[in-house]
Ligand binder design. Structure first.
Ligand SMILES: [Mg+2]
Length: 385
């Protein structure tokens, strides 16, 4: 039996949340991102700004040149998380199985719900309506027999759209799209595919299997399958984020150890705060370093379970000391926490008095931060809460 999967993707999520919080920004070109005088990047841009060619991950300085009259707002991740949680709770009342794939993307498994809801397009329209009414935010929904095709469909439906791909038409729908639209194809793979004359997803679907396997290894086999619209991934109930990360690009490249360590400690404070807010602990701590020549490395360490700033900081500092062997200045540092598990269960199990005290110390620091806000300023980012 064909499955019925929805992919619901919020439109220009951060930008639209900012507009809900500050209605005077409505219908103005709006960019959420770092400092345009420095080297921050665009986190989210309203469609009015996108018309000028502005898009996510673009340097802010360039975005500002393309759209000089845009209003620029500093990201407020805490607020976006709140809205994301509200949307998640709405979706849970409609679908038996909801997966929060990222802060603004959800998969719903509605297989067998046709009896209950009638036509799926009508249900999707209703979901859009309810989310807009309850949160003020627009979204797009793709409907298909699997997650992959539903995701591509929602992308094609944007903004504020609906698209359903009937079972059996997956491969036909994908075939005419540029190969870059297939989720999971990064810059490197895209270039390799282009070098082999593969432009559309259809080209990729028709490409001989053995050639794909020999050029791309194991990934090659699944690439071909995905291009034909085959995906067996299940919708997994998982309300929490898989990882938390924060990175910053410096105003100017640096190899000053004091500056690098201070930056790391600010990054740790930010992700540590968000981790504890979600009641989670992290098993894996990662460091990302981008050098002035744009070479980027990541180093990870899997540990017991951490949620305290001091422990996380100690790990990333060691990772940095080990990794930073090149005599090249650093352009960007990032800290990522992944392998997250709920911390709730451990709370009653604290036997070690020191652990307990430390944990309550962080909780009270977080409370102070909630109450008075904390303004961090370093590199090109200003974070406010
Ligand atoms: Mg989105």
């Amino acid at each position: 039996m064909a499955r019925t999967i929805f992919h619901l993707d919020m439109d220009a999520f951060f930008a639209n949340v900012e507009r809900v919080l500050n209605p005077s920004l409505k219908s103005k070109p709006l960019i959420v991102g770092g400092n345009p005088e420095g080297r921050g990047v665009v986190s989210s841009a309203s469609y009015e700004a996108r018309k000028y060619g502005v898009h996510s991950a673009m340097p802010m300085s360039r975005a500002k040149k393309l759209c000089p009259h845009a209003v620029i707002v500093t990201p407020r991740h805490g607020r976006y998380g709140e809205f994301s949680g509200r949307i998640y709770r709405i979706l849970q009342t409609y679908a038996p199985l909801v997966e929060r794939a990222s802060i603004d993307e959800f998969y719903l498994d509605l297989t067998g719900c046709e009896r209950l809801y009638g036509h799926m397009l009508r249900l999707a329209g209703k979901l859009k309506e309810v989310i807009l009414r309850e949160t003020g935010l627009p979204c797009s929904i793709g409907i298909a027999s699997n997650k992959l095709v539903a995701k591509v469909a929602s992308g094609q439906a944007k903004p504020d759209g609906l698209l359903r791909i009937p079972p059996g038409e997956e491969s036909l729908f994908l075939s005419r799209l540029p190969v870059k639209e297939l989720p999971g194809i990064g810059e490197t793979t895209h270039k390799k595919l282009r070098d082999r004359g593969i432009r559309t997803i259809g080209d990729l679907a028709r490409f001989p299997r053995d050639l794909l396997a020999s050029s791309f290894g194991k990934v090659g086999e699944s690439l071909g399958e995905r291009a034909r619209g085959v995906d067996r991934e299940e919708v997994r109930e998982r309300g929490r984020q898989k990882s938390l990360s924060q990175e910053t690009t410096f105003e100017s490249d640096s190899d000053d150890p004091v500056f690098l360590k201070t930056t790391l400690s600010h990054l740790v404070e930010e992700v540590g705060y968000r981790l504890r807010k979600q009641g989670m602990k992290a098993k894996t701590v990662s460091l990302k370093v981008r050098y002035s020549d744009f070479r980027t490395i990541t180093r990870s360490r899997t540990v017991g379970e951490v949620d305290g700033n001091a422990e996380i900081y100690r790990i990333v500092r060691e990772l940095l000391e080990k990794a930073h062997t090149r005599r090249v200045r650093i352009r960007l540092l990032g800290v990522c926490l992944s392998n997250l598990t709920p911390a709730v269960a451990q709370k009653q199990l604290f036997e070690d008095e020191r652990e307990r005290r430390k944990s309550s110390l962080y909780r009270s620091l977080d409370r102070i931060r909630d109450k008075f806000g904390l303004k961090l300023h370093f590199g090109s980012s200003i974070w406010r809460r």
